[in-house]
Design a protein around this ligand. Structure first.
Ligand code: PNS
Length: 170
């Protein structure tokens, strides 16, 4: 005899990749893609930082992230304001996935992971960054692009177009 089918909907395994994403780089995308293969749903949470003016607005960053993650099929992009643990609690997310580029990232990331775990029990999983992108950050991409350097191998084509257009405006 077959076991009775459960009435409960299947529990989706969720994780969040948080960040500023001003703009999303190939390094971010590598981590999001890898998380999307490990979890049923990956939430990409774009932090709203009212005290810091970005090159792109939060809505522009979200549009770019949606465009470049569409192919993964299980990535949801949203903004958030306030504590990351509250974003997680509201959506039933038990895990934060972060990329570690180098030892220099570790100190601060460890502090945040321990604080977040102490606040709400949420776990942080560190993924070693692909060495191709270990030097990469949104800030460096913006700086190099602003001085006319080639960043086409560091960001997705949609981001390159947006950067070119934004920097041409001055
Ligand atoms: O891309 P960034 O700027 O390095 O991302 C930093 C981010 C957004 C992951 C971090 O600042 C964060 O989680 N901010 C949310 C506010 C919060 O929860 N602060 C307490 C962290 S212990």
């Amino acid at each position: 005899m077959n076991a009775p089918e459960s009435e409960e909907p299947p529990l989706l395994r969720r994780a969040v990749c948080p960040g500023s994403f001003d703009p999303v780089t190939n390094g971010h995308l590598d981590i999001i893609a890898r998380a999307s293969r490990l979890y049923d749903v990956v939430h990409v949470a774009v932090m709203i930082n009212k005290s810091k003016q970005g090159l792109f607005t939060v809505d522009e960053r979200i549009d770019l992230l949606r465009e470049v993650t569409a192919e993964y099929g299980n990535v949801e992009v949203e903004s958030f304001h306030g504590l990351l643990v509250d974003f997680c609690k509201d959506r039933g997310i038990p895990a934060i996935v972060k990329g570690l580029r180098a030892v220099s990232d570790f100190d601060y990331e460890l502090q945040m992971a321990q604080m977040n775990n102490g606040l709400s029990g949420v776990e942080t999983l560190f993924v070693p960054t692909n060495p191709t992108y270990s030097f990469l950050s949104s800030s460096l991409v913006k700086e190099v692009a602003a001085w006319g350097g080639d960043v086409s191998h560091l960001v997705p084509p949609a981001v390159l177009d947006a950067l070119t257009e934004r920097l041409a405006r001055g």
